[in-house]
Design a protein around this ligand. Structure first.
Ligand code: IMP
Ligand code: MG
Length: 172
């Protein structure tokens, strides 16, 4: 049986998200801000982040597939669900659960730039900088973590564990 070890407890996640929410309020005094969550992992982070800022937020989702059921990226990125709205002229924050190799986000930033938003920033709950293969500029980072496979708070292993309140290391 795989073992779960708490890496970041729920209370710490909420405190950090409140800080990022306050930072977003300083960065976008007027709003609205389009928060685009990358399905499925980022939906829980987006739900909390959107409520942690007083700025008017509009919520959108985009689907990307790059991992399959394994623990490392296949290196192939595919758009599985596109946006329902145009982002042209809008302030956009892409909301991601974790930046690992950077392959997903560097692809997505390219896609989003073509859609001419007024501004484009990236928020990620977790960052594993050691694993980077493609450079990505991340504007809001919840926590930098070591190179370990984590689950919970939206993150999965083969679709399990997304509903854990804490971020946990999955030990084989
Ligand atoms: P990247 O393209 O390698 O940066 O991968 C980003 C995606 O890989 C994230 O959106 C996650 O879905 C997945 N991922 C990367 N590391 C982990 C992890 O430790 N646990 C669960 N999913 C992960
Ligand atoms: Mg993901």
């Amino acid at each position: 049986m795989p073992q779960l070890k708490v890496l970041i407890p729920a209370e710490k996640i909420q405190t950090r998200i409140d800080e990022i929410g306050a930072q977003i309020a300083r960065d976008y005094p007027g709003g609205p801000v389009y928060m685009v969550a990358i399905l499925k992992g980022a939906c829980i982070f987006l739900a909390d982040l959107a409520r942690a800022t007083p700025v008017p937020v509009r919520i959108e989702f985009i689907g990307i597939s790059s991992y399959g059921r394994g623990k490392s990226s296949s290196g192939e990125v595919r758009l599985t669900k596109d946006l329902d709205v145009s982002l042209e002229g809008h302030d956009v924050i892409v909301v991601e659960d974790i930046v690992d190799s950077g392959i997903t986000l560097s692809y997505l930033v390219q896609v989003f730039r073509q859609r001419k938003p007024k501004s484009l920033r990236i928020a990620t709950l977790l960052d594993k900088p050691e694993r980077r293969q493609r450079p990505v500029q991340v504007d809001y980072v919840g926590f930098q973590i070591p190179d370990e496979f984590v689950v919970g708070y939206g993150l999965d292993y083969a679709e399990d564990y997304r509903n854990l309140k804490d971020v946990c290391v999955l030990e084989a």
